[in-house]
Design a protein around this ligand. Structure first.
Ligand code: UD1
Ligand code: CA
Length: 466
């Protein structure tokens, strides 16, 4: 196979986005657009990827890291000028260079690979990835000669009415013979409506030199969507969502209403899991088989085992073991681990805590900085008092402890195994194994109190009326 290079154009500020964020850093399905493009180029086996970045685009570079080489384009003078900046890295190399825009996040590795192959098979010096578009507004048009051969690309702003009527568009992705590319780039001028150096002009230059120039037509024009503003961003999001959701359904996941289910690109879901509407699955989340993720749950960067039920709850950077369940309306904050068969009911917040197998926290409980053993029962309204205003402290509750309702566990404190804590206790000292701890004032019943009080009140009233 020929050496494959890829140049990713990512230096444009993206003024049409009206944003503080660099255009290519805007996420689609949770991943910056440029991340999608680079990932697909990697999958299409590009041996070297050069990303063109603009001044102040540290975010792009720090996000992509060492997956690419970077070249700075100090001033955004156009797409040809942008590619020319890669000269120092690529000039003189033998092979095929693909140029792809950082704002076309829907292009797939299969498409990119097909363009590389088509280009190589045709022995072309340039191959354009083109698409048919019913509404070509904003895109460059592919102008073909009488014999159907590609002659040039004309930008919308430079097009004559006949040219503007053409519905074959430039997707902004091309393959070039690397040497021919840099030779032709030196000849590109900026005498056009935008005063920019247009990369598409390379096509006409090569054509005039009688080189072979071809176009590979993309079947699904949606895949070529270029995101220039927030309207297109929302279209890209929808198309990507449809693609992701379809993949999961084909893999055996039931989505009750795919149009209302939001799953980011890298999420993994096992078969026979059912996802209800309004669910948002984000980041590096992995969900097992046979789970039920009920309406309006949000799961971020978490690992969920098999047979887990999640009901209208929020789970962040946490782990849920097989057969555990949570909700409705509960919250696992970062670094929480629920082991196998744990039951967390409604209105429970867990933070940086581990809950052992088959333990339960059914209702209205706060668990923070705790290590809880197996078969522990936390009664309604248990509060792990972990913060003294300055520091966080740890609580340990060992196996089979039964914590009565409305207990405060003032950390640091340890409740040993096989213990009872009486409801309403405020526990400040460790509880030894096998003990019952009662830490509340003893009840006093004042007999006849109510009627005595009433009688006194009546006496006072009749005196004042005298
Ligand atoms: C470009 C093409 C157009 C094509 C469309 C497909 C040109 C002149 N036009 O138009 O034919 O139909 O893409 O989406 O190439 N960039 C730089 N440096 C620059 C200018 C742009 O890095 O100096 C980058 C941008 O960040 C962007 C990409 O190049 O990722 C494309 O630039 P953009 O301004 O969006 O071009 P379009 O007007 O969409
Ligand atoms: Ca664009």
């Amino acid at each position: 196979m020929n050496q494959r290079y890829a140049v990713v154009l990512a230096a444009g500020q993206g003024t049409r986005m009206k944003s503080k964020l660099y255009k290519v850093m805007h996420p689609v399905a949770g991943k910056p657009m440029v991340g999608h493009v680079v990932e697909q180029a990697e999958k299409a086996q590009a041996d070297q990827i050069v990303t063109i970045v603009g001044v102040g685009a540290e975010t792009v570079q720090s996000y992509l890291g060492d997956r690419c080489d970077y070249v700075l384009q100090e001033e955004q003078l156009g797409t040809a000028h942008a590619v020319l900046q890669a000269k120092e890295v690529l000039e003189g190399k033998e092979g095929t260079t693909m140029v792809v825009c950082g704002d076309t996040p829907l292009l797939t590795a299969e498409t990119l690979d097909s363009v590389y192959r088509f280009h190589e098979e045709k022995g072309a010096k340039a191959t354009i990835l083109s698409a048919h578009s019913e509404d070509p507004t904003g895109y460059g048009r592919i102008i073909r000669g009488a014999n159907g051969e590609v002659e040039k690309i004309v930008e919308q702003k430079d097009a004559t009415p006949e040219e503007a009527a053409v519905k074959e568009i430039n997707t902004g992705t091309y393959c070039f013979d690397n040497r021919a590319l840099f030779e032709a780039l030196a000849q590109v001028g900026n005498d056009n409506a935008q005063g920019e150096y247009y990369l598409p002009d390379v096509i006409e230059i090569l054509k005039k030199q009688n080189e072979v120039v071809t176009a590979f037509q993309l079947e699904d024009q949606d895949d070529a969507l270029g995101v220039n503003d927030r309207v297109a961003l929302s279209q890209a999001e929808r198309l990507m969502r449809e693609r992701i959701n379809k993949k999961h359904m084909k893999n055996g996941v039931t989505l009750i209403d795919p149009a209302a289910t939001y799953i980011e690109s890298d999420v993994v879901i096992g078969s026979d899991t059912v996802v209800e509407p309004g669910v948002y699955l984000k980041g590096d989340t992995v969900i097992g088989e046979d789970c039920l993720i009920q309406a309006h749950s949000v799961i971020v960067d978490s690992t969920i085992g098999n047979g887990v039920t999640i009901t209208s709850s929020t789970i962040e950077q946490s782990v849920m073991g097989d057969g555990s369940d949570i909700g409705p309306n509960s919250h696992l904050r970062p670094q929480s681990v629920l082991k196998e068969g744990v039951h967390v009911g409604n209105f429970v917040e867990v933070k940086k805590s581990t809950i052992g197998r088959h333990s339960k926290a059914g209702h209205l409980t706060y668990i923070g900085d705790a290590e809880i053993g197996e078969h522990v029962n936390l009664g309604c309204g248990t509060v792990f008092v972990n913060y003294d205003g300055k520091k966080k402290h740890k609580t340990v509750v060992k196996d089979n402890a039964f914590i009565g309702c409305n207990t405060n566990l003032i950390a640091p404190v340890t409740v040993e195994a096989d213990t009872y804590i009486a409801a309403g206790s405020t526990i400040t000292d460790d509880v030894p194994e096998d003990a019952l701890a009662i830490a509340r004032a003893r009840q006093v019943n004042k007999e006849g109190y109510v009627s005595k009080r009433l009688q006194k009140a009546e006496e006072r009233q009749s005196e004042s009326q005298k």
